[in-house]
Each structure stands twice: as structure tokens, then as C-alpha cells.
Design a protein around this ligand. Structure first.
Ligand code: ASP
Length: 327
């Protein structure tokens, strides 16, 4: 019996998932349909087919993670893969082994897929060149987080049916956010009207994302929005010598209050968007900085826990689509 949602063949073209740009439009549709298919198993608490039985999945996270690491682990296990989480803090990386050597060592244990998170934007491409297994990006520097974008799209589809024609305002620290970049690229491909909203010093350089309009106030940026996506102010990614870096150094209680007053998403500011507009946030949240806790917890308006839910079936779909190509 076929478990496929859209036909008998897995015709996934992509061999890796480092960027949203690795996926064809058909790949994206396939993954989103397969995500909904696996979401059904999770909602019913039914065991999913063990499509990855016999496959080995290595999770190699050189940066902290809660949601992404654990949902990749759960996703692989639900599909029957043998999943290993490399305990980076207790591994030979701390004896001076390079990230590339650690990855090569893990790949030599007959890994079929390696899910990698790293501070460097380029590491995944280097690993894709030298490793015999599929490489999946679990978060790269400030550039890419493709599975976050796919799970965000899946959560939006589950609420609105489609992204086509939706106005989506991505708000806050766009400059240091890998989620903002991957979301903007994917949402636009799915027909959404995407805009960035935030202070000028937290916007990408002017030659980046030239096709995404920018607003420097919530009043302009949320006007007509169906969705406001809040982003964490990512202090750990601020270089200390730029404007944002000196802002991080100064970001005391008063600064947090000022930021919240100007750019915080709350029941008050969300009124600037379309009536009934939904709130999203990739997590982790700084409550009282970029988002008010009461809005984040609003059961009607907030899709934040829905995003977390979709993390598992989306990553099941990505792993299945990549590892069973052509079957
Ligand atoms: N969890 C997301 C990421 O890994 C967002 C964040 O860290 O703020 O990029």
C-alpha cells in the first residue's frame, strides 16, 4: 500500500536540504503534502510507517537547540531510523577536532543522513561536497533554516489553507535571523506578499532581499497583514563592532522596555494588522522584548505552539523525501 499523499512515486529532485533554494516547486508541494499526511498520524497518536527502518540519522549540533534538535530526533525515530545525537559538548570537538573531522567520523559509521547546525554559513556546503550521506541544515549561521521555513509554511497552510495572497509581516531582528531569510524566500515562492518590519540597524544590508519591502514602524508594517511573525532579538549573533553590537552591550532593562514599546507585538499593536491577524514566532521567545506573553499565549490568535507541533511531521517529511528518493 502506498503511503504517498500525491501519487505513487517519490520524485523529490533535491539530494540535500541546505537551502530552500535546493527545492524545486514540486519538491516543496510534495514535502508540504507529506507533512500534512504525517501530521495526521501524530494527531491520531497512530504509529507512522517505519519508512526509514535500517537507516542511520546523525544529529550534529554545534550550536544550542531545543526545538530543532529534539524534533529531528523524534521525526527520525517515528519513521524507524536509528538516530544518534552527537553530544558535542562532551565530544572530541573539545579536544581540538575540527567540525569537518567530527562530521567525517560520524559519516564513517555508515550514516545515511546528517542533520547539522553550525555558526558558519558555509559549513554545510563543504560537508555536502565531502560526505557520502545526505546533508540537512538544522540552522546555519545567520543565513538559512530551511526546515523552519517549511514547518512555518505548513502551520500557515493548516490555518489559512494556502499562503497565496497572504500578507506576512516578519518583524524585529531580521538582520541576524536565519529564519527571516528562509521564511521570506519560501513564503514568496508560495505566493505570499512578504515584508520586513523593524529598526533600520536590524535590517539586512540594502543589497540583500531587494524584493522584500521594508517598514521601520509597526504602524506601516502591520497595515493589512494577515500574519505578524515576531523574531527573537539575537544578541549572541551581534558582532561587537557594529551598531547592533553596541546596542547589545547597552540592551539593559530600559532598552528592552523601549524596544518593546516601539516594536513589541502585543494585543494593542496587533490591532494595526487585519482584524483577527495571527501571530507566529519561531522561538525561543524573549517575552516582554519582541512579544508580549499574553499575546504569545492567546489561544485564538497565536500559532506558536502549532509551529512547534509541525516541527515533527515536517522533519519526518523532509527525511522521508530525501532518504527514499526514487522508491
Ligand atoms: N530557533 C531559531 C533558530 O535556530 C530562532 C532563534 O534562535 O531565535 O534560528
Amino acid at each position: 500500500m502506498s503511503i504517498r499523499p500525491t501519487g505513487p512515486d517519490n520524485a523529490m529532485a533535491a539530494k540535500r536540504l541546505i537551502s530552500v533554494d535546493d527545492l524545486t516547486d514540486a519538491d516543496i508541494d510534495y514535502i508540504l503534502d507529506l507533512t500534512e499526511h504525517y501530521a495526521g498520524y501524530l494527531r491520531r497518536s497512530d504509529p507512522a510507517p517505519k519508512r526509514l527502518a535500517g537507516k542511520t540519522q546523525v544529529n550534529l549540533f554545534f550550536e544550542d537547540s531545543t526545538r530543532t534538535n529534539l524534533s529531528f530526533e523524534l521525526a527520525g525515530k517515528k519513521l524507524g531510523a536509528d538516530v544518534i545525537n552527537v553530544p558535542v559538548a562532551a565530544s572530541s570537538v573539545h579536544k581540538g577536532e575540527s567540525q569537518v573531522d567530527t562530521a567525517k567520523t560520524m559519516a564513517a559509521m555508515a550514516a545515511d543522513v546528517m542533520v547539522v547546525r553550525a555558526k558558519e554559513d558555509a559549513l554545510h556546503y563543504k560537508l555536502d561536497d565531502i560526505l557520502p550521506c545526505a546533508v540537512v541544515n538544522g540552522g546555519a549561521g545567520k543565513k538559512e533554516h530551511p526546515t523552519q521555513a517549511l514547518l512555518d509554511a505548513a502551520a500557515i497552510r493548516s490555518e489559512f489553507g494556502s499562503l497565496n495572497g497572504l500578507v506576512i509581516a516578519i518583524c524585529g531582528d531580521i538582520r541576524h535571523s536565519r529564519v527571516a531569510g528562509s521564511d521570506a524566500r519560501l513564503f514568496k515562492r508560495l505566493g505570499a506578499d512578504v515584508r520586513f518590519v523593524g529598526p533600520a540597524h536590524l535590517m539586512p544590508d540594502s543589497d540583500q532581499f531587494t524584493d522584500v519591502p521594508r517598514a521601520d514602524s509597526l504602524k506601516d508594517g502591520l497595515d493589512g497583514a494577515d500574519i505578524a511573525m515576531g523574531l527573537r532579538v539575537q544578541f549572541e549573533r551581534f558582532p561587537s563592532d557594529d551598531d547592533a553590537g553596541s546596542m547589545a552591550a547597552r540592551f539593559d532593562e530600559d532598552q528592552r522596555r523601549d524596544y518593546f514599546e516601539t516594536f513589541g507585538l502585543s494585543h494593542q499593536t496587533i490591532k494595526l494588522a487585519k482584524p483577527g491577524a495571527r501571530i507566529m514566532h519561531p522561538g525561543p521567545m524573549n517575552r516582554g522584548v519582541e512579544i508580549d506573553g499574553a499575546l504569545a499565549d492567546d489561544k485564538e490568535l497565536s500559532l506558536i505552539l502549532r509551529q512547534v507541533f509541525y516541527g515533527v511531521p515536517t522533519r519526518m517529511a523532509c527525511l522521508d523525501a530525501l532518504l527514499t528518493r526514487g522508491e
